[in-house]
Design a protein around this ligand. Sequence first.
Ligand code: IPM
Ligand code: MG
Length: 355
Amino acid sequence: MKASFVLLPGDGIGPEVTKAAHDVLVAVARKFDHEFEFESRPVGGIAIDEFGDPLPQSTLDACVNADALILGAVGGPKWDDPNAKTRPEAGLLGLRKELGLFANLRPITAHRQLIDASPLRKDLIEGVDILFFRELTGGIYFGESSLSDDGRVATSVMQYSVGEIERIVRMAAEAARNRRNKLTMVDKANVLEVSRLWRRVSARVMEEEYADVDYEVVLVDAMAMHLISRPRDFDVVVTANLFGDILTDEGSMLPGSLGMLPSASLGDKPPGLYEPIHGSAPDIAGEDLANPLATILAAAMALRHSLGLETEAAAVEAAVESVLDSGMRTKDIAASGKFFGTQAMGDAVAAAVGA
Ligand code: IPM
Ligand code: MG
């Protein structure tokens, strides 16, 4: 198969972890006889520095024509001035919106080798396997916003349409059917009108089209508790943009390290965008200390969801497991003082794929 990837390394540790994912994809192409093409484009802070724009048109044009996008991370203190004209994050939000990537899939699985790295008790997190569907192109992130002339009152509107709710609920329900057949919809319907629309629309979709899927609704504040007290009870979770942002950061602590979790952002058509959940970690940038496994696992999701290469995706995931089984750890997940660097970890996974 021929496939084209655009690499969006971004800022901080982004370039290091993206390189590791690239190297693993090269190993996949070699092993399974595919032809993968790669080009690299600036996004985020580095693009502000180069073009004065966190999402230059040339980057967007390259992305539109690719099969899959692998993003590192954006942002850093250099671009944090609250009065700045634009921010690196605007590049990421722009990509999501421009490419119509309305569904953000964030799997939260506890790797058994790393269970001791979790801040939670082992008996709570063993067997945790949750797939979050976070709505990604609507809600309060993209609603109207304003600041009054005197700078003393600000507004950000949370708005959803029936169509926006239906499409993400359907995608999540489909995924539930292929997993443990349970869907949890999270909202704040006891207070917010927009949540009451989510509740009505998802109840109808589930009743009319997915009556076979076990469906429940949970308020977002309660969900924040249940995620810690009984995380094994959840299979697929669907929720709005802001709630999903917060709950997935909370959920990312279940397996212990943010450095292990990939995410996929999908729309109605290619390309999909694949990235680690973690940020740009400017404090360790360029020091070969970052954990590349989240980005490598994101590349596996790209193989699965954008290219339909299930065997290859599973091979990458198995390679990650075998490297963890061998005891190799990056600093963030090392129990002892001994650890390997980003590059060595990436090389080990690429070698395991090729083996
Ligand atoms: C995420 C991040 C982004 C978000 C930021 C960087 C804009 O936190 O992908 O979860 O809020 O969506
Ligand atoms: Mg976030």
